[in-house]
Design a protein around this ligand. Structure first.
Ligand SMILES: [Fe+2]
Ligand SMILES: [Fe+2]
Length: 275
């Protein structure tokens, strides 16, 4: 049986700044009609959960309202950005912010086994951080890899590992930084993931590097104008459907939901300030 994952991302939900709730609700209706085996939000679930508990609570209620099996991974707006990120508009991850996230969404890294596969979800913001939890996450990744057996590995993480190749040296807020990236890839040992799926950039893209499919999930909420962010792929809202076969075959595709507008963050200065 094909296992269908609906990857939503960058929902940026809030109760007092509910600019992107309508898009979430409409895409949620499409998800309910589609009935995937799992809805996985790859982070920036909330508009500003790094500062506002109520944004996290609201986002959780909206996801529970889907009535579908859900899993979550944190983004920089949910518990603060990586400590080695060059910009911290939302603050950096710390134990208080992380605990607040955990209280609403549960574990910030996890594995889920389905026929033929192990899904491994990682907290991107812990990479390159000095929190004790960063070491625990590393240990759990090593354990998940050591016990993988014959399963294929699918890696889910908020930020893309890189633009085109793993040896890039640029320090950006957009991709995992070079040192934590190298450590993460080392922790996988000889295991080559079948695919890596992320969010964060608010663009859909599929590329291949060293035999690995890298799928960027777009936002359900908004895109970032070309004046502020290069065009890497498709700047349209929607979600991504991943089809995983027990024999290891896999496909991913962008799903556009009719009637859901691609909003431009530049038109919502009250969200994060003027673009
Ligand atoms: Fe985002
Ligand atoms: Fe993000």
């Amino acid at each position: 049986m094909t296992f269908r994952i609906a990857q939503i991302s960058d929902t940026h939900l809030s109760d007092d700044k509910p600019f992107f709730v309508d898009n979430f609700v409409r895409i949620g209706e499409a998800l309910r009609a589609s009935g995937p085996d799992l809805v996985l939000n790859t982070g920036d679930i909330s508009l500003d959960g790094a500062s506002n508990d109520s944004d996290l609570a609201t986002a959780r209620v909206l996801h529970d309202g889907l009535g579908l099996p859900t899993r979550f991974l944190p983004g920089n707006h949910d518990l603060g950005d990586s400590q080695d990120s060059p910009a911290h508009g939302e603050g950096a991850i710390d134990t208080v912010r992380r605990a607040r996230y955990l209280s609403h969404f549960g574990a910030d890294w996890w594995t889920l086994d389905i026929p033929g596969w192990r899904l491994l979800g990682i907290n991107a913001q812990l990479l390159g951080s000095n929190l004790d939890a960063a070491e625990h996450q590393e240990d759990d990744i090593a354990t998940a890899i050591a016990s993988l057996g014959r399963r294929r590995l699918a890696l889910f993480i908020h930020k893309p590992l890189f633009d085109q190749t793993a040896d890039e040296q640029a320090i950006t807020g957009r991709f995992i930084n070079p040192v934590p990236r190298r450590l993460l890839l080392m922790s996988l040992g000889s295991t080559v993931p079948a695919f890596v799926a992320c969010g964060h950039v608010h663009q859909y893209r599929e590329t291949w590097s060293a035999g690995v499919r890298h799928v960027w999930g777009t936002s359900t909420a908004f895109v970032i104008p070309d004046t502020r962010q290069p065009r890497y792929g498709v700047k349209e809202v929607g979600y991504v459907e991943h089809l995983l076969e027990p024999d290891g075959r896999h496909e991913s595709r962008l799903v556009r939901v009719p009637g859901v507008p691609t909003l431009d963050i530049a038109e919502f200065p009250a969200a994060y300030g003027p673009v």
